[in-house]
Write a protein that binds this ligand. Structure first.
Ligand SMILES: [Zn+2]
Ligand SMILES: [Zn+2]
Length: 65
């Protein structure tokens, strides 16, 4: 009876990042708990590799601080 609902959920892709795309490549997580996106593609936030800092904030959250 919930087959339609489950079908919709299966097709629903979680969107991340400021670009609102699915997950691909290397992702970096924002450490601000209220972050709108939480996960970002490295290239979208201007990074070439994982940031060396253990705590990382995305550009949006950096502006909030
Ligand atoms: Zn992105
Ligand atoms: Zn953030």
């Amino acid at each position: 009876m919930t087959s339609l609902f489950r079908l919709c959920k299966a097709n629903e892709e979680t969107l991340y990042c400021i670009c609102q795309q699915g997950e691909y490549g290397l992702m970096v997580g924002c450490d601000r708990s209220e972050c709108r996106h939480e996960w970002f593609h490295l290239q979208c936030v201007g990074l070439k590799r994982k940031p060396p800092e253990e705590v990382w904030f995305c550009p949006e959250c950096k502006l909030q601080q």
